[in-house]
Design a protein around this ligand. Structure first.
Ligand code: URA
Length: 233
């Protein structure tokens, strides 16, 4: 493949940016400076370096964003900003999509990828992937609410929710861990107990943690996190 395609496919540089880096002699292939965008590389065999550091070719990208409120979990939207709009231009060409959805007013961890198979598997109910949220409710919740929600309850549409786990923080806040992801599930669980979610933040997806990534920012998954997401470990 062309060297400029190599860099644009991994989301590192646009073709135009790549042309500038090539011109400045910043890119080498097998130790030799390359100046032309149409130079052909074998992405599996050749050693491509930028500024002396090896650049690995990757078929898929795995990105974690910290979704702010008001942003929608979609690839495009006529009205609202989407999670993909949080990424720089060169990343937006990678056809990334969110793996699962958070409500517009929910904040926190969303994984974006262009690996359809792994995203599908990660969301499959069979995988029982744990998703942990920090929540705040309008009114104090009782231990009997915890028991009822944890055991699984019937929502207004008749759906029986799967068991989950709640860890109390104080009277009106805590952590809830689900292994499924039904529409508005946490809001409906607390709604079924006559309470109301007033703040919801997803803080982890399996062993992948949101950590201290600032709201609205993004980062690549680490190699270890990629293996977790793709089910390799
Ligand atoms: N449950 C909800 O109610 N909303 C979300 O965004 C995620 C889980």
């Amino acid at each position: 493949m062309r060297i400029d395609k190599f860099f644009s496919e991994i989301g590192m540089f646009s073709r135009k940016e790549c042309a500038e880096k090539l011109k400045k002699g910043m890119i080498t292939v097998n130790g030799v400076v390359v100046k032309k965008g149409d130079f052909k590389v074998d992405e599996n065999l050749d050693e491509v370096c930028f500024n002396g550091a090896p650049v690995l070719y990757k078929k898929y990208a795995y990105i974690l964003v910290n979704k702010p409120t008001g942003v929608v979990s979609a690839t495009e939207d006529g009205r609202d900003k989407t999670v993909v709009d949080l990424l720089p231009d060169n990343m937006r060409k990678l056809n990334l999509f969110p793996c699962g959805r958070l409500d517009k007013d929910t904040v926190g961890l969303v994984i974006l990828t262009n690996d359809g198979v792994s995203a599908h598997n990660a969301l499959s109910p069979k995988r029982h992937v744990e998703k942990k949220y920090y929540f705040e409710v309008a009114d104090p919740y009782l231990d009997e609410d915890i028991l009822a929600i944890e055991g699984g309850l019937q929502l207004a549409d008749g759906y029986e929710t799967k068991p989950c786990k709640i860890e109390r923080k104080d009277q009106t806040s805590g952590y809830i861990t689900l292994t499924e992801g039904k529409y508005h599930e946490i809001k409906r669980l607390f709604g079924a107990r006559r309470n109301k979610i007033v703040f919801l933040e997803r803080i982890s997806f399996s062993k992948i943690q949101l950590g201290d990534l600032p709201r609205g920012e993004w980062r690549k998954l680490t190699d270890e996190e990629e293996k977790i997401f793709t089910g390799k470990i």
